[in-house]
Ligand binder design. Structure first.
Ligand code: OOG
Ligand code: MG
Length: 254
C-alpha cells in the first residue's frame, strides 16, 4: 500500500471510530497536492461504504477562522449525504472526537460550475441560499494541525445542517449573524467576513472543484465559517440566525 493510501486509511479509521491521531506532518513532510490526494483516497473509502458525494465545503475563508486554527490558506473538502444532519435534530457527541460548530452560508447549485468563473456567473448557477452550520471535528489530537494535515482530514468536515432555502437574488453580502447556545449569544458576525462576500467563496469552490469535474446541480456548497467555531458540549442547543434568511438549529446529545 502506498504511503498516501496508508494515510487515507488512518484518517478514515480515525473519523469512523472517533479516535484522535497524531498529525501526519509530525512524522515527515507532506505536500499540499499529496494531502488532497489523501483526502480523495479517504473519501473513496466512504463512497465504497455507500456514502454519496453531496457537495463541497470551503474552509478558512474568514480571518476569525484562520486565527482560531493558525492556518492562513483557503482549503476545501467534500460533503456526503451521510454528513447531513436534520435541521432542529440532534447530533450524537460520542460519534466525534472533539466537535465544534460554526455558522455558514449554504449555496444550492442549479447548474454546473467549473473552473475560473466570475461572481456573476457563479450567482447565475445558484438555485438558493440558506443559513447553515458546519460541524467540524479534527481527527488530530488537541485539534492541532498544519495545512497538509487538515486537508488530508477532509478539511475537518464532519457534518452540516441547512436551514430554510431562500432566493439568491437578494443582497447577501453583509448580513448579520448571531450564534446562540442555550439562548446565550456566543458569536456574532456577518456574511461579509467570508472573503468580503460569500460569493467569492463560491468562485473559489468552482476553481477547487475543477479537479473533480466541477460543482454539480443539486450539490450544496458551504462558504466557510463566518466566526470562530464553538466547541460542543452535551446538552447544548445551538442556533444560528442570519439576517433576512432565518435560522437553523441543532441539539447536542450524548
Ligand atoms: C478547518 C476547517 C475550517 C471553515 O469553515 O473555515 C472550516 C478547521 O477549522 O478545523 O471549516
Ligand atoms: Mg466550516
Amino acid at each position: 500500500m502506498s504511503t498516501l493510501a496508508h494515510f487515507a486509511e488512518v484518517v478514515d479509521e480515525a473519523a469512523r471510530t472517533a479516535t484522535a491521531i497524531p498529525q501526519f506532518t509530525e512524522s515527515g513532510p507532506l505536500g499540499v497536492e499529496d494531502a488532497y490526494a489523501v483526502q480523495a483516497l479517504s473519501m473513496e473509502r466512504r463512497f465504497a461504504r455507500g456514502e454519496k458525494l453531496a457537495g463541497v465545503k470551503m474552509g478558512l475563508t474568514s480571518r476569525a477562522k484562520m486565527i482560531q486554527v493558525g492556518v492562513n490558506e483557503v482549503i476545501w473538502g467534500r460533503l456526503t449525504d451521510a454528513m447531513r444532519l436534520e435541521e432542529g435534530g440532534a447530533l450524537s457527541k460520542k460519534r466525534y472526537v472533539h466537535p465544534r460548530i460554526e455558522p455558514e452560508l449554504a449555496f444550492l447549485m442549479k447548474r454546473e460550475l467549473c473552473g475560473t468563473v466570475s461572481p456573476a456567473e457563479a450567482l447565475a448557477a445558484v438555485e438558493a441560499i440558506a443559513p447553515a452550520m458546519e460541524i467540524i471535528d479534527s481527527r488530530y489530537r488537541d485539534f492541532k494541525f498544519a495545512l497538509p494535515d487538515v486537508i488530508a482530514d477532509n478539511s475537518s468536515s464532519s457534518g452540516f445542517v441547512v436551514g430554510p432555502w431562500g432566493r439568491p437574488d437578494q443582497d447577501f453580502s453583509n448580513l448579520g449573524i448571531v450564534v446562540e447556545v442555550n439562548g446565550r449569544v456566543v458569536q456574532i458576525g456577518s456574511t461579509a467576513a467570508i472573503l468580503g462576500h460569500p460569493l467569492r467563496s463560491l468562485v473559489a469552490a468552482a476553481r477547487a472543484a475543477a479537479s473533480i469535474g466541477g460543482l454539480k446541480p443539486g450539490w450544496i456548497v458551504l462558504a466557510g465559517g463566518a466566526t470562530a467555531a464553538h466547541p460542543l458540549s452535551v446538552g447544548e442547543s445551538v442556533r444560528t440566525s442570519v439576517q433576512n434568511l432565518g435560522s437553523v438549529s441543532i441539539k447536542v446529545a450524548e
